[in-house]
Design a protein around this ligand. Sequence first.
Ligand code: ARG
Ligand code: MN
Ligand code: MN
Ligand code: MN
Length: 305
Amino acid sequence: HSVAVLGAPFSKGQKRRGVEHGPKAIRDAGLVERLSNLDYAVHDFGDLTFKHLEKDEHFMHVPFPRTVGRANQLLSGAVSGAVGAGHTCIMLGGDHSLAIGSVEGHAQQCPDLCLIWVDAHADINTPLTSPSGNLHGQSVAFLLKDLQNKMPEVPGFSWMKPFLSARDLVYIGLRDVDPGEHIILKTLGIQYFSMRDIDRMGIQRVMEVTLDHLLARKQRPIHLSFDIDAFDPSLAPATGTPVNGGLTYREGIYVTEEIHNTGLLSVMDVVEVNPTLGATPEAVDSDFSNIQHIVIGPDTREHQK
Ligand code: ARG
Ligand code: MN
Ligand code: MN
Ligand code: MN
């Protein structure tokens, strides 16, 4: 098995700068070395270079639509290339608008993929429902066929068409959902597990139902889009839109362990890591060790070897 690591230092899907330094911070914490130590052949594809377009007026209240569209087009090609070359791809963001290109590029190679979205937020606003205008809160709306008639044509995105069905998506960790998003989740009958659902059912049952929902009919490639703000802010404070009451360390790791055990993980996004927002350098360090563990497993696994 070989792993491609692909950095996407991009932040124009939201208004706080700093999240473009996520890939460097995660690499500096030793991700590539630690993956190699687990006996994966690691291909570091380096970081993509994104252009900021000079002329890029708001679309409605959505900032930088063409810049975000173009960045995702570039990322889509890179992810498609990595998956096409036979690698499991780890995409390091950058903000969560990058999931548009990451999932789209993955789907070019694996049209039957399913999507597990681990996040405090649903990121399923359309430009019409979005309270902030930020595209990192709208990524899923660009992917879903079922929302096609609710989506205006956003400049910068004519290179792609929605391709994902609502039944091929499961959310885990939701606790900050906007009113318009809640209506969409309910109308489309999307399977989601809020933090309250995790309280009630336990993470073990949540993963059982998640994998059953996505894989019972047939085994297929999994795209895991992990927004670091799914974790409780006490574990991952360095992120732009933290929300209290998130996943514990074990719950977050359990999600990724269960996905690992399917043998079907094909692409993983690690997004919304903003190293400039940690309270102290120490907080930022422990943040990065938690982040690495969702990719490589907890330290105990190393000790067991
Ligand atoms: N729902 C809010 C919005 O639409 C917050 C989205 C936060 N998204 C994220 N990827 N952190 O702006
Ligand atoms: Mn900077
Ligand atoms: Mn989020
Ligand atoms: Mn998100």
